[in-house]
Ligand binder design. Structure first.
Ligand code: ATP
Ligand code: MG
Length: 258
């Protein structure tokens, strides 16, 4: 467990849903300050892999490490589960997830949404959390919406609130699952700008996206998944500029034309 260990690492992970194997021996790592993007067609396993990173999904074999510390498992195969509940909570609170559909709590104001987990899960004093929450809402450009309900915000504003909520946990890494896919093109850009700012601050991030331009602009490393395996990976210049495999070439030509 050294400080040079990746913030999050997955080694030779296999995951099945019943008889269907959807992750077939995948290894990825996000070093501190790195942005790793996962790309690939629908059903290739991107969301599943991301959810395995923060233990929202079980996996059947392989290892998951947080800052070099391995997840402790009990059982094997389809009966394998994390054995240490406190460890799961600790890892998960350090890996904040931002979802495609924002998932804000409709019955709480934007400020309450951002404050909720640090106060209730981490037990931090509300006054400190409120200060940080307001600062983060300003940072993502919606400080004036703090007292509004989620339904009163545009999709782009809601997603920026969800990002502020993730940041308010002061996580070691951010996991994004298609954060711009539910948005109209002009609203996507508001969110893209926030993600680019976070990448510029050298936040550790794993980003699942269909936005190849975003992946190309912010990533240190890009992983192309195909049917549950890594088909090709490398720096964005290589992957987008000179793809080596036919599958990636086909994927890129199909994605770039839509
Ligand atoms: N809860 C589940 N139960 C059974 N099969 C599932 C479940 N979730 C996902 N799958 C299957 O696992 C495979 C990978 O799905 P996953 O959602 O990870 O793909 P994805 O790359 O994120 O796709 P998309 O780009 O459409 O979001 C797919 O074949 C999918 O049908
Ligand atoms: Mg998905």
């Amino acid at each position: 467990m050294t400080s040079t260990a990746p913030v999050i690492e997955i080694r030779d992970l296999h995951k099945s849903y019943g008889p269907l194997e959807v992750i077939k021996g995948v290894s990825i790592a996000a070093q501190r300050g790195q942005v790793v993007s996962l790309i690939g067609s629908s059903g290739s396993g991107k969301s599943t892999l991301l959810r395995c990173c923060n233990l929202l999904e079980d996996s059947q074999s392989g290892d998951v490490f947080f800052e070099g510390e391995p997840v402790k498992w009990t059982g094997s195969g389809l009966r394998r589960h994390p054995s240490d509940r406190a460890q799961v909570v600790r890892f998960r609170t350090n890996l904040a997830m931002v979802f495609q559909q924002f998932n804000l709590w409709a019955h709480m104001t934007i400020l309450q949404n951002v404050m909720e987990a640090p106060v209730t899960v981490l037990g931090q004093p509300a006054a400190d959390v409120e200060k940080r929450a307001r600062m983060l809402l300003d940072k993502v450009g919606i400080g004036d919406k703090a007292d509004n309900w989620p339904a009163q915000l545009s999709g782009g504003q809601q997603q920026r609130a969800a990002i502020a909520r993730a940041l308010c946990m002061e996580p070691k890494a951010l996991l994004f699952d298609e954060p711009t896919s539910a948005l109209d093109p002009e609203l996507q850009q508001e969110v893209v700008k926030v993600i680019k700012d976070l990448a510029g601050e050298h936040r550790t991030m794993i980003l699942v996206t269909h936005d190849m331009r975003l992946a190309s602009d912010v990533s240190d490393h890009v992983v192309f998944l195909h049917q549950g395996k890594i088909e090709e990976q490398g720096p964005p210049e290589g992957l987008f500029g000179a793809p080596k495999t036919d599958r990636l070439r086909q994927f890129l030509s199909a994605t770039m034309t839509v």
